[in-house]
Design a protein around this ligand. Sequence first.
Ligand SMILES: NC(=O)c1ccc[n+]([C@@H]2O[C@H](COP(=O)([O-])OP(=O)(O)OC[C@H]3O[C@@H](n4cnc5c(N)ncnc54)[C@H](OP(=O)(O)O)[C@@H]3O)[C@@H](O)[C@H]2O)c1
Length: 324
Amino acid sequence: MKAYRIEDTENGPRGTVVAMEPDALDAGDVVISTRHAGINYKDALAGTGKAPIIRRYPCNGGIEAVGQVETSASDRFRPGDWVIVHGRGIGVSHDGGFAEKVRVPADWLVRLPDGLTPREAAIFGVAGHSAALAVHKLEELGVTPDRGPIAVTGATGGVGSLAVGMLARRGFSVTAISSKTDQEAFLRGLGASAVRTPPAEETRKPLEGAEWAGAVDTVGGPQLEWLLRTTAPQGVVTAIGNAAGIGLKTTVLPFILRGVTLAGINSDTPMELRQLIWNRMAGDLKPDGLDALGREIALEALPAYMDEMIAGRIHGRTLVTFAD
Ligand SMILES: NC(=O)c1ccc[n+]([C@@H]2O[C@H](COP(=O)([O-])OP(=O)(O)OC[C@H]3O[C@@H](n4cnc5c(N)ncnc54)[C@H](OP(=O)(O)O)[C@@H]3O)[C@@H](O)[C@H]2O)c1
């Protein structure tokens, strides 16, 4: 079978497409024939060696997969069942989705919910699950469409674009924040009612004009700091990503003067929450035109694609797709 396998070379971690024996895959009681594996920023960091993501070398990359059960030693899954797997160390410390087959414990699998095709589930992938968790969290903490607009940063990215689509579907007014000035039509097509570039200048003011009822931040760093300074009283900012770094400079004033909540999002959810969120993704959080948000590449095109992703030149969701 073919796999995109990441080795620790003398020039640092690097992924290449290799042939490997399925028996050499990490252990599990279910073998899945992979149909699609979405590509995430974290995969690009791992495969290019830009960050120390991989915990054990060599390791097949790919932090998610959608496919059909081929063999199962678990009575919960049968050959032919469509399943989704992400998190639990997939593509980090357990052979991941950029391979024709994946072998995992049955406990890691989510059944494909009614209302999603395998391709739609892969277009969502970890990115969609994270975006859905953020929308779920905003709603859980009382943010409703009548309270004002929601800002989404890194809006053309995988997480960002899906968050824009989901929030629009839920009736929120969405302001898409993107550095890509040529992507306004794409963002409005997803349902954004306003599109802005990130603020150019740093400010020393601890608070600025209150603009957002809530926010979904996929970028971190200065953009997250700006969101905290500009979120309205009782607003909620969800932090998902670190595309601009892991640092965060803020003051306590947004929290103690405006009652702003900073809520963390981690997509490696417990199974009960995972299934609930996937069910919502197949229902009230499914954006219009989801199918058009994905495009396919072959496994061999992954290395070049990852370089583009690190350079921030990608928009939407791209899948590595394997033949039937
Ligand atoms: N918490 C979790 O469980 C979880 C799950 C999934 C992903 N993530 C994280 O979420 C983030 C987004 O993931 P993704 O898969 O959506 O990535 P992606 O498709 O590459 O999108 C990231 C977007 O962020 C913006 N961006 C990229 N580099 C930037 C930089 N240096 N400074 C400012 N903005 C930059 C770009 O959007 P614009 O050009 O439109 O501004 C880019 O399209 C990543 O940090 C990823 O690690 C976390």
